[in-house]
Design a protein around this ligand. Sequence first.
Ligand code: SAM
Length: 387
Amino acid sequence: MANKNLTNAKRAKNDEFYTQYSDIQKEIEAYLEYNPDVFRSKAVYCNCDDPYESNFFRYFVLNFNKLGLKQLITTSYKPSPVANTQLALFGDDKTLAKSKGRPKVTANKFIINEVRDIDDDGEFNLKDVAKQLKTNKNNEWSPLEGDGDFRSNECVNLLKQSDVVVTNPPFSLFREYVKQLFDYNKKFVIIGNMNAITYKEIFSLIKENKVWLGAGKNDGRNVWYQVPDSYENFHKKEDGKKYAFVAGTIWFTNLDHGRRHQPLPLMTKAEVIKFGTKKPFEKYNNYNAIEVPLVKYIPNDYAGVMGVPISFLSKYSPEQFEIVGMCENEDLYKMKTKVYTTAECKQAYLNKFGKKGTYDLNASGVVIKSGILEKVYQRILIKHKKK
Ligand SMILES: C[S@@+](CC[C@H](N)C(=O)[O-])C[C@H]1O[C@@H](n2cnc3c(N)ncnc32)[C@H](O)[C@@H]1O
C-alpha cells in the first residue's frame, strides 16, 4: 500500500501535492525553538509555490514580522495544472473579491518586503496582504517572464538573493533540486521522499552532516496533502477540498534544530539480548558489521560498525554517532568485505527459494541463517562516536 501511494505521488501530474499549513507550522517552530532568530533579517524563498495555493507562502507572510523576515519571495510554476485556477489564498476570505488583475496563464512572482495591518482593523491577516499587493507599495506582484522553473535564470537570480529556501519541491526532481541549493550555498528546509535518503547524491551529504532530517514527523508514516480537484485517487474530501495521503514524505534540512542534539537512550549489548532480541547479534557475511534490526536495539557498548534501519536517521545525533556508509551495490564507501559472484547469487537463490534465479546479494547486508544466505533490509552503517 505504502509503495502504491508513493507511486501515485510520483505519477501525479507535475507532483501536485500541497502541504498543509499545520505541518509547515510545526516544522518551522522547531527551528525557532532552537534559535528564535533563525529567520531574523533573512530572505526566505519558496520557489515551487503558487502564492495562491501555497501554505508555505501563507505561513511566511502571516508570520513575516514575528520571524523578523527581511523578504519573502515566492514563485509559481506555469505548467502546474492548478496554477492560476484556484484562489485559496484570497478565496478563503469571503470578504475579498477575486483579484481582477491576476494573470491567468503566467507563472507569478511575489516579493514581500513589508506587511502590516493596512486596513487598521487591529488584526494582520491575508486581507491586508492582498490589499498591500494591490497597491504595490513596497511589495511586488508580477508575472515571471519564463515558466517559473526553479532552474531558470530568473528563478536562480531570486535564489541568489535569498538566504533560506523553504518548500515542498517536485518529488521527481529532488536530486537536481538539492544540488542547486548546494551550488548556491543556501540554507533550506524542504520536503522530500524518504527514499531519497538512499540516493547516492543525497546519502553522501547526509553522511557528511551537510544534510539531515528535519525536526518534525519523520517516521515515514502517512502525511496528508491537499490535491487538485482533478485528482481522482484522493482519500478524503473536507470542505470541498480533496486530500490524499502519501507515505514516506519527510523533511530534509541543513538548519539546526534541537532534536538532533538529543542522544538516543540505549541499552547495553547484554541488555538488548536479554530484554529484546533473545539471541546474539548476527554478523554480516559481506561487511565487518553487526546487524541491528531495530533502532531501539542499537547497543550502547559496541565499538564496531552496526547496520541499522534507515529510520535511524530520524533519531540521529552527530554527537552520538558517525555515519560510515550504507549497504549498497557499488561499495561507494569501501565497506564491503566480500563481493558475491554470479554463481554464488544463483546458488543462494536456489538454496533459499528452491528454484532457479539470482539472489542479488551484493545489494545489501547478508546474514547466514541455518547455512542459508539471507539479505537484510536496507541498512545504514554507523559507529558510536569516540568519546
Ligand atoms: C509537491 S508540489 C508542492 C507544492 C507546494 N510547494 C506545496 O507544498 O504546497 C510541487 C510543486 O512544484 C511545482 N513544480 C514542478 N516542477 C517544477 C519546476 N521545474 N520548477 C518549479 N516548480 C515546479 C509543481 O507545479 C508543484 O506545484
